[in-house]
Design a protein around this ligand. Structure first.
Ligand SMILES: Cc1ncc(COP(=O)(O)O)c(C=O)c1O
Length: 389
């Protein structure tokens, strides 16, 4: 169906940060499968893990225990705040699961104030949480919701990074707050250093859940395994997808033991969620990232270098309004529409993305990107921004 405005390119092969089209043209990929390809294309460890698992067992059912799923869950809980994991297939599904768990936990827990039914979830304006009906309702952007009404009841929106607005929005019906630690689709918006700490304290005070959508920011993208680690807090629920599988479709919803107890057998499920094949790919991806911290250090160094180069460009280019980023989730806000730049980059063999209302160029290369790749992109941007495209 015509749900995408695709570029006129057929991509056939990839290695690291490079992809090749069917007609043999080489591209430097700074879209990275929209932040999914954390290790680049066809990383050997991920490829071998998929090959081996495909020969052993591809799919069974969650009626039975699955060895790679157990191993992946252990890796995730060992390296995060969480005690429990639910596996699904995408970011939207992970958020859908989080929304359902928040409602169920509120119904079952003993923290209900005055026996009031607690179901309301507060999210941020300009957030992005996915396209299923509840996830798109949680998404604080009307353009994604228009035409799909009636939306799911029980959502409320406040400006991101505005603590007072959030505090004022909490009522006796509120059961959770759902936020991206850094807004990705919204244009790489980074909150004040103390925002999430204050939100955490507010949630504790009112006994409501803090749910972080780390679908885009998680799995090393911002230079730490999870973005919440930058802010000295932990959430009650976290959602993951994108980078988790190194390119294969897998999502996960993680929670503390206490909150996870809101779900009982039969409350939620997914046929493919956490199947042997995708878990094997995710284990290889996570283990590679966690190995002696090399990739996270590299991501931080390259992120710093990338931002420095873009800042230099900003100094003399009037079309550049701001540079924002953490790790290798980086944006350049322009005074103009970014799409002609995206198309001109494509012609030169560089893939970039444009978001945040159309005037923000967003870069999400593999965490293994090298200085020379960044130089190549920045030189192209420098030249293109000087032209009247
Ligand atoms: C923060 C965030 N949440 C959720 C999603 C939805 O993920 P998916 O497309 O896998 O459903 C996205 C996708 O861009 C995202 O950036």
């Amino acid at each position: 169906m015509h749900t995408y405005n695709r570029f006129p390119v057929v991509l056939r092969k990839g290695r690291g940060i490079r992809v090749w089209s069917a007609d043999g043209k080489e591209y430097l990929d700074f879209v990275g499968g929209v932040a999914a390809n954390v290790l680049g294309h066809c990383h050997p460890k991920v490829v071998v893990a998929i090959q081996k698992q495909a020969q052993r067992l591809i799919h069974v059912s969650n009626f039975y225990h699955i060895e790679p799923q157990i191993k992946l869950a252990k890796l995730l809980v060992t390296n995060s705040f969480a005690d429990k994991v639910f596996f699904c297939n995408s970011g939207a599904e992970a958020n859908e699961a989080a929304i359902k768990l928040a409602r169920k936990y509120a119904k079952e827990s003993h923290v209900q104030h005055h026996n009031q039914d607690r179901f309301e979830i507060i999210t941020a304006i300009n957030s992005f949480h996915g396209r299923t009906l509840a996830a798109v309702t949680a998404t604080g952007q009307e353009k994604f919701q228009r035409g799909f009404e009636p939306l799911v009841p029980g959502f409320k929106y406040v400006p991101f990074n505005d603590f007072n607005a959030l505090e004022a929005a909490i009522t006796k019906s509120t059961c959770a707050v759902l936020l991206e630690p850094i807004q990705g689709e919204g244009g790489v918006k980074i909150p004040a250093d103390d925002y999430l700490r204050k939100v955490r304290a507010l949630c504790d005070k009112h006994e409501i859940l803090l749910m972080l959508d780390e679908v885009q920011t998680g799995i090393g993208r911002t230079g730490k395994l999870f973005a919440y680690e930058h802010y000295g807090i932990t959430p009650d629920i976290m959602t993951l997808a994108k980078g988790l599988g190194g390119g294969v479709p897998i999502g996960a919803m993680l929670a503390t033991e206490k909150v996870a107890s809101g779900f009982k057998p039969g409350n939620h499920a997914s046929t493919f969620g956490g199947n042997p094949l995708v878990c094997a790919a995710a284990i290889a991806t996570l283990e590679t990232i966690l190995e002696d911290g090399f990739i996270l250090d590299h991501c931080n160094r390259m992120g710093g270098y990338f931002i420095e180069r873009l800042e230099q460009l900003k100094e003399y280019c009037e079309q550049v309004v701001a540079i924002r980023g953490k790790g290798l989730l980086i944006a350049m806000e322009l005074t103009r529409d970014g799409m002609p730049i995206v198309k001109a980059c494509l012609e030169r063999g560089i893939l970039i993305n444009c978001t945040g209302g159309g005037n923000v160029l967003r870069f999400m290369p593999p965490l293994t990107v090298e200085e020379k790749d960044i130089d190549h992109l920045v030189e192209a941007l420098d030249e293109l921004l000087g032209k009247s495209l």
